[in-house]
Design a protein around this ligand. Sequence first.
Ligand code: KG4
Ligand code: ZN
Length: 364
Amino acid sequence: MARTLTFLGIESSCDDTAAAIVRHGDDGTQILASIVSGQTELHAAFGGVVPEIAARAHAEKLDLCVEQALEQAQLGLTDLDGIAVTAGPGLIGGVMSGVMCAKGIAAGTGLPLVGVNHLAGHALTPRLTDGMAFPYLMLLVSGGHCQFLIAHGSEEFTRLGGTIDDAPGEAFDKTAKLLALPQPGGPNVETEAEGGNPKAYAFPRPLLDRPGCDMSFSGLKTALLRTRDEVVAQHGGLPRAIRRDICASFQAAVTDVLVKKSRRALTEYMDLAPSAPGFAVAGGVAANRAIRAGLESVATEFGATFVAPPLRLCTDNAAMIAWAGLERFRLGHRDGMDLVARPRWPLDRKAAPLLGSGKKGAKA
Ligand code: KG4
Ligand code: ZN
């Protein structure tokens, strides 16, 4: 019988300040509270996240978010068994704000402190939502991340490959910018793509001719820019119907790359002969219906269960941090007041570092 544990999670590695409370015991897992306070409007004028502004906003909001989470869960600090905090990777000022907040609470209450890898938070989410069994294959796909991971255990991951430049969410955001669609680009490009012809333009699908699971998305925006300029030169503007075709063709290219590379990643993963094969996806781009449908059908091809957690748990949140901290704690992991904030922290220590860093900062 496992002791029931209640953990506070704190997340501040990018542009969302978040606090959550998760309880886990023999009778299951509950998210008792999850507060996410975004900073989109603070960075809107700058076309990307400004690290100093983000760090200051986190420092101002963190204790309020913790207070709100406790209130939502109707708990006090004394009802907790531990505090989990994102200790990296991410924008260092923000990570430091969270780590300092968590250390303050730990020092004041005497509760154990557990530093969590933000990527492990995403990668362990299918266990929080669906109790997925190890080993499973994970695709993290957002504005800052893009990698295939095999999760063997709560602290053991193999990275099969990832983007060598832009993350797909970044490509969606840049596409929206080039086509004068509002930010965040993903949902707007997806809406525009409806009714467009996905075969109208043959956008590049880089690295598909090479073995392995690495991907590249930066060439797409150059091709898109060229196409847009040609259309504008020819029509004196960007007709709505053509913009729809461009969005549909762009989305088809991203989907195609993710689907084909998922097939390779699943092939490698299936070599482990998992008894209950599972393929999960997390990150904002997992909200895209075409991409989701493509990934689900590849999972079915391989006889793997497909899990796409609800969007609020796919994007940055603190429930995933509380959960990952709780799993680490059960393995006996504790951190002291010497816990450091790390800008880079690869999940797979044996894998070569990734070249790309993403618009939201270095992500390992
Ligand atoms: O996971 P997330 O909230 O933040 C991080 O990047 O860590 O992901 C945000 C990204 C943005 O780039 C956004 O454009 C993209 O996810 N996104 C989408 C969709 N919804 C959000 N991309 C494609 N289709 C969508 N429906
Ligand atoms: Zn994230």
